[in-house]
Design a protein around this ligand. Structure first.
Ligand code: SAH
Length: 353
């Protein structure tokens, strides 16, 4: 049974300090406690330099635990590791560890499910269940590192969920994971990906964090974009570009456009020219991604030779463009697929250990 205790990993060091102060503890305890919490302990007994009565008192008030591994898959091809974690309330989320020449990067989920309804995405099929707390996101990073033995240097918020739909918790998570007394992962090593909730761009820019904003554009015109991304309705590409430009001007950080290439949907010459115009206006880097197949969707990826052609056309326009290498193809590393399939299998009783 779940109790209503707060996850102690949801607290920033200054919040821990005021809790401890109220308990009559000396100031240095907060740093000791935060150190343990961000080193991936899963029980109070592991905090050997804290007095036993203090550990007991904390345990009365706060929850401390670790997410359980429901499934782990390792790609035979490129070593990508994918976890399906069981959260405390029985929900499940996915985290993927990817290995690059510059180090290991973790792709984390920010919500259980998603309510944005993108036509090509597996994460949104069952809708939004709930938002993740800051501590749960920290645990994804920390326990992926601990369980895999792979030191994490980079984070992308590109897993299940829409980070800007969970704004306050995501910002708090960023402060937790960036804290010098904790995991100390630099903001310049963190990317936040959004489907374009434009009303939040100025709030994010105002925080002046040095992270990379990645915009899932996927179509340069309103007709196509609204069709495949319902979040475009009521916002629109023009507004999105205005907000991208304002974000770039305020932060000096270049934005990335994610562009999943979908056969016959967003890969025409006209769309290429319009994409180039948008990218040049806001000095964006364009990331072309061959669409990952999702069983429930009739959408197909653009064939590789046409992706290469699209890329060359953007380059001729002077756009900075890359084609994203697809990792973990053999383990369904495209987000949302593992959570969904496991939930279905458990429902039908066919899941094997
Ligand atoms: N909600 C956020 C972050 C999660 S999705 C966002 O929309 O950006 C992470 C990235 O994967 C997004 O760029 C999303 O559009 C993309 N994506 C989702 N399903 C995909 C698929 N089947 N093939 C390729 N990219 C996909």
């Amino acid at each position: 049974m779940q109790d209503d205790k707060i996850n102690i990993r949801d607290l920033l060091p200054e919040e821990l300090a005021s809790e401890l102060k109220a308990m009559g503890q000396p100031a240095f305890r907060a740093k000791q406690l935060f150190g343990w919490l961000t080193r991936g302990v899963s029980g109070w007994d592991e905090m050997t330099n804290l007095p036993k009565p203090l550990r007991a008192a904390l345990g009365e008030r706060f929850y401390l635990g670790a997410p359980g591994v429901l499934r782990k898959q390792v790609s035979a091809g490129d070593g990508t590791v994918k976890y399906l974690w069981r959260l405390r309330d029985g929900n499940a989320v996915e985290t993927v560890v990817m290995r690059y020449h510059y180090g290991n990067s973790v792709c984390i989920s920010t919500q259980v499910g998603c309510r944005q309804g993108c036509a090509f995405c597996a994460s949104t099929i069952g809708g939004l269940v709930r938002c993740l707390t800051p501590g749960e996101m920290l645990e994804e990073v920390m326990f992926s590192e601990k369980e895999s033995g792979l030191k994490i240097g980079h984070i992308v918020l590109m897993g299940i969920g829409e980070p800007l739909d969970n704004f306050d918790n995501v910002v708090k998570f960023l402060k937790l994971v960036n804290h010098p007394d904790g995991m100390n992962i630099g903001m310049r090593h963190i990317s936040l990906s959004t489907c374009g909730l434009t009303e939040r761009f100025a709030d994010l820019a105002a925080l002046d964090m040095q992270l990379t904003l990645s915009v899932s554009l996927h179509a340069p015109d309103d007709e196509t974009r609204t069709r495949i991304m319902p979040a475009n309705r009521g916002r629109g590409v023009a507004k999105l570009m205005d907000e991208c430009e304002a974000y770039f001007k305020k932060t000096g950080r270049r934005i990335s456009f994610e562009y999943a290439m979908i056969d016959g949907v967003n890969d025409s010459k006209e769309q290429c020219a319009l994409l180039a115009k948008h990218a040049k206006r806001v000095a964006a880097h364009v990331n072309l991604i061959p669409l990952n197949h999702v069983d429930e969707s009739p959408l197909k990826p653009t064939p590789p030779e046409r992706i290469a052609e699209f890329k060359r056309a953007l380059e001729r326009e002077g756009v900075n463009v890359t084609v994203r290498r697809s990792l973990g193809g053999d383990i369904e590393a495209s987000c949302g697929q593992l959570r969904k399939k496991t939930a279905e299998a458990m429902k039908s009783g066919t899941e094997r250990a």
